[in-house]
Ligand binder design. Structure first.
Ligand SMILES: Cc1ncc(COP(=O)(O)O)c(C=O)c1O
Length: 377
């Protein structure tokens, strides 16, 4: 049987990993500044994470959501304490798209409306409603295109009000720093205005923190910089450090009822053990503070790179926008210098999404290699 060929692959086969480093079958070491697409938060195979999952699977890996699962309650309490999202409610699922799909569905249940407002260059996932709210027609199948979505320019509050006024929009979904789209972000003034308009027109504000959440920007969630109150916050990626887990935090004004949402695998014992250990390590190793410090160091060093147009993003969700397409640079970083980085929809943008345990010496390695490559291009 062949694999359904949907991924263009680099010819590298990782077989093990430790903190910032990934090793292939010939024991070649790669510096991971991509984190498997912003997934690795506390470092590859962190010993606490490994023992949390191993211990849990020995006891009980899975049982359904029809029984008491104290690990979910413990996780909700720990998340509340660390994120500062007081009195929000937690619903657990398995991926980022699933988190956003549930968020959109819940918003629609809550206010009875059915249109969605999203922003140009957004990426929210590949399931039915999330792909419709993603600004990339190439990945929207006819069956998904039934969903009515207005795409507006990020930052255009007047356009937002014109749409919300029609009283048909159940949710505004927004990445406070765009991921796949290329690390654009708007101003605090815009986000506060958006929050206000959502409240005024009874529309749920969904903060898509799938990529930016769990400390990546130096704050627990990226929206927190703007002092607003989303109705629903979606999470995944760094939440499980590679274990597939996602979830939404739901404002107390939205009430639960039996059967409203549901999932077989979501919130299983292993996923809870993985996420709890991620939260413990984030706290114990002060990784959000590290994200801020290393980000400052990175941004300072980046200023001296030749041919750089801009430095984008925040914390350890960073992008270097060059004046030329970065595909050759990225390839040479991987194959000549053994450094993984990421790309974006913007062909000139190199993305840096490392584990939050990264140190200055890793940043130095990256800039040394990048300067060498830039001289050859
Ligand atoms: C902001 C954002 N939302 C949602 C998703 C979808 O997450 P998943 O691939 O886990 O379904 C992604 C994935 O890249 C993302 O970056």
């Amino acid at each position: 049987m062949s694999l359904f060929n949907v991924y263009p692959l680099f010819d590298i086969t990782p077989v093990s990993a430790k903190d910032l480093y990934v090793y292939d079958e010939n024991n070649v070491e790669y510096l991971d500044l991509y984190g498997g697409h912003a997934v690795i938060s506390i470092g590859h195979s962190h010993p606490k994470y490994v023992s949390a999952i191993s211990n849990q699977v020995e006891k009980l890996g899975f049982y359904s959501n029809a029984i008491q699962n104290p690990l979910q309650v413990k996780l909700a309490d720990k998340l509340e304490a660390l994120s500062g999202c007081k009195d929000y409610q937690l619903f657990l699922c398995n991926s980022g798209a699933e988190a956003n799909e549930n968020a959109l569905k819940l918003a629609s249940f809550h206010n009875g409306k059915k249109k969605v407002l999203a922003f140009k260059n957004s990426f929210h996932g590949r399931t039915s409603a999330t792909v419709a709210a993603t600004d990339n027609p190439k990945i929207v199948a006819p069956i998904n295109a039934q969903q009515e979505v207005d795409f507006l320019e990020l930052g255009d509050l007047d356009a937002v009000e014109t749409v919300l006024k029609q009283n048909e929009t159940c949710a505004v979904i927004v990445e406070f720093i765009q991921g796949v789209g290329g690390l654009d972000q708007s101003t605090t003034e815009f986000y506060q205005g958006l929050d206000k308009l959502c409240k005024q027109y009874n529309t749920s504000l969904i903060a898509d923190e799938v990529q930016s959440g769990f400390g990546r920007t130096g704050d627990f969630f990226a929206y927190q910089k703007h002092n607003i109150t989303p109705d629903i916050i979606s999470m995944a990626k760094g939440m499980g450090n590679g274990f597939p887990v996602g979830g939404i935090l739901i404002h107390p004004s939205i009430k639960a009822s039996y059967g409203l949402l549901g999932t077989t695998f979501g919130g299983n014992h292993l996923a809870c053990a993985a996420t709890l250990s991620v939260l413990d390590v984030l706290e114990e190793e002060k990784l959000m503070k590290n994200a801020k410090n290393i980000s400052d160091y990175f941004q300072e060093k980046a200023k001296s790179l030749p041919n750089l147009k801009s430095i984008k993003g925040r914390g350890l969700m960073l992008g270097l926008e060059f004046k030329f397409p970065i595909s050759e640079l990225r390839k040479k970083l991987i194959f000549d210098h053994h450094i993984f980085t990421g790309s974006a929809k913007n062909p000139n943008l190199l993305r840096i999404l490392p584990p939050l345990t990264i140190q200055k010496k890793h940043i130095d390695l990256f800039f040394d290699a990048t300067c060498k490559v830039l001289k050859t291009l």
